[in-house]
Design a protein around this ligand. Structure first.
Ligand SMILES: Cc1cc2nc3c(=O)[nH]c(=O)nc-3n(C[C@H](O)[C@H](O)[C@H](O)COP(=O)(O)O)c2cc1C
Length: 372
C-alpha cells in the first residue's frame, strides 16, 4: 500500500533520470501492474516553474497513479514543491530522492550525502509530509545505505522518516561510495525491514522476476523497486507480475529479435511523441539501443549506424536488416545491465562529516536533473 493505493503486484519502476519518462513508462506499464515513477524533478526548478522542468512532469491520460520523484535540499523549497504538486494536481504520489551519488550533487551536500545531516534530513521529510497531507498524497523516500561503510545512515534515516509520517521507505542497498559497483546488500534491506513499521521497499540487483521473489524471501520487504534490469527489457514487468502471481515456476518472456525490434520502434515513436519531434526523439532513443540488442548478433557496422540513428524511417530500415527469428540470448538473463561503474570516494562539502547536527541548508546543491 502507498497511502490508500494498493500496489499489486508489489513492484515499483525505479526513477531513472533520462529514462523513466512518459514514453518508457507507457511501454513498461503495458507489461504489468505496479507503480511507475517519473524522472526525478528538482524542487527549485519546479517551484520556479522552469518550462523544461514542467514539461518533464508529464503523465499519460491513463496513468491512474501518477508517481513523481522530487529532489531537494531545502525544507521550505521542498515543501513548496510538494504543495505545488498538490495544488496543481500534478501527481498522486511523491517520492523524495536521497540516493543520488553523483559527485556534483554530493559535493554540495545533496542526494546521498544529505541523510548524514540528520536534523536537516528530518526537517525536509517532515515539512514535505505535512505539505502533502492536505492533498492526500502519500510521501515516500528513497535512499542509500549511507555515505560509505563507516558512515551508514539508513536505519536512523528510516526511523526519522517513519516518525515524520512517510508512507514507505525505499532502500537502494549500496553506499554512495559504491555507486553502482559490487552487489546490493540485501541483508541491509532485511535489517531496515526489521527496524521499521512502515512498508519497506527493497532496491538493488533485481534482474529477473525470480530475483524479486528471492529479495522478498530474504528480506521480508513489502515491495521491490526495479531499475537497470528493465533497461532494454520493458517486458521484465510482465515477468515480475507473473513471478508474484504464479511463484517461482513462472515462464520468463523471451522475445525473439523480431519482437524486440517491434518494441524498439514503438519506444522510439513514443519518444518522438513525448519530446515533440523526430530529431530529439531519435537522439534520446539512441541510449536504449545497445540495451535492447545486448547479446543478439548484430554486427559492429550495424550497431554503429544504429547508434547515430536520426529518424524513425532510418531506424526501421536498420532494424529491418536483422534476423527477426533470432532467439533471445538467454545468456543475458540474470546478468547486470546498465551502469555498473567502479566505487569512488564521495565528494562532500568541507566539514560535512564532522557536524551531523548542523541543519544549515547547503548552498548550490540544487542542480540540473541528474539522477542517481
Ligand atoms: C541511468 C540511471 C538514472 C538514475 N536516476 C535516478 C534518479 O533520478 N532518482 C533515483 O532515486 N535513483 C536514480 N537511479 C537509481 C535507481 O533508481 C536505482 O536505485 C538503482 O539503479 C539500483 O537499482 P537496480 O539495481 O534495480 O538498478 C538511477 C539509476 C540509473 C542507472
Amino acid at each position: 500500500m502507498l497511502g490508500d493505493h494498493a500496489v499489486n503486484p508489489p513492484v515499483v519502476l525505479a526513477p531513472m533520470a533520462g529514462i523513466t519518462n512518459v514514453a518508457f513508462r507507457r511501454l513498461c506499464r503495458e507489461q504489468g501492474g505496479g507503480v511507475y515513477v517519473c524522472e526525478m524533478i528538482t524542487t527549485r526548478a519546479l517551484v520556479e516553474r522552469i518550462p523544461k522542468t514542467l514539461k518533464m512532469v508529464a503523465f499519460a491520460e491513463d496513468e491512474d497513479f501518477r508517481s513523481l520523484q522530487l529532489y531537494g535540499v531545502d525544507p521550505d523549497v521542498t515543501a513548496a514543491a510538494v504543495r505545488m504538486v498538490g495544488e496543481d494536481g500534478l501527481a498522486d504520489h511523491v517520492d523524495l530522492n536521497f540516493g543520488c551519488p553523483v559527485p556534483k550533487v554530493t559535493r554540495r551536500g545533496g542526494g546521498s550525502a544529505l541523510p548524514w545531516r540528520r536534523k536537516l534530513f528530518g526537517r525536509i521529510v517532515r515539512q514535505a509530509v505535512e505539505a502533502a497531507k492536505p492533498y492526500g498524497i502519500p510521501l515516500t523516500i528513497k535512499m542509500r545505505k549511507g555515505i560509505d561503510d563507516d558512515h551508514l545512515t539508513y536505519v536512523e534515516a528510516g526511523l526519522i522518516a517513519q516518525e515524520a509520517g512517510v508512507a514507505a521507505v525505499a532502500l537502494h542497498a549500496r553506499t554512495a561510495e559504491q555507486r553502482y559497483s559490487g552487489q546490493a546488500d540485501w541483508d541491509a534491506i532485511a535489517a531496515l525491514k526489521q527496524a521499521l513499521d512502515v512498508p519497506v521497499l527493497g532496491n538493488g540487483d533485481i534482474w529477473e522476476g525470480s530475483d524479486a521473489l528471492r529479495m522478498v524471501e530474504h528480506t521480508g520487504v513489502d515491495g521491490v523497486v526495479v531499475g537497470r534490469g528493465c533497461l532494454g527489457r520493458p517486458w521484465l514487468f510482465a515477468d515480475l507480475e507473473a513471478a508474484f502471481t504464479q511463484g517461482a515456476d513462472y515462464k520468463p518472456v523471451l522475445p525473439v529479435l523480431g519482437e524486440v525490434t517491434k518494441i524498439m520502434s514503438r519506444h522510439a515513436e513514443l519518444l518522438v511523441d513525448a519530446l515533440g519531434d523526430e530529431k530529439h526523439g531519435c537522439a534520446d532513443f539512441r541510449k536504449h539501443i545497445a540495451w535492447y540488442l545486448k547479446g543478439f548478433p548484430v554486427g559492429g557496422e550495424l550497431r554503429r549506424r544504429l547508434s547515430m540513428v536520426a529518424s524513425l524511417a532510418e531506424l526501421d530500415d536498420l532494424l529491418g536488416k536483422l534476423d527477426p527469428g533470432e532467439p533471445f540470448p538467454v545468456g543475458e538473463l540474470g546478468q547486470p545491465r546498465g551502469r555498473v561503474n567502479a566505487p569512488g570516494k564521495v565528494s562532500l562539502p568541507h566539514g560535512w562529516l564532522e557536524s551531523r547536527d548542523d541543519d544549515t541548508v547547503p548552498e548550490g546543491a540544487e542542480m540540473e536533473n541528474s539522477g542517481g
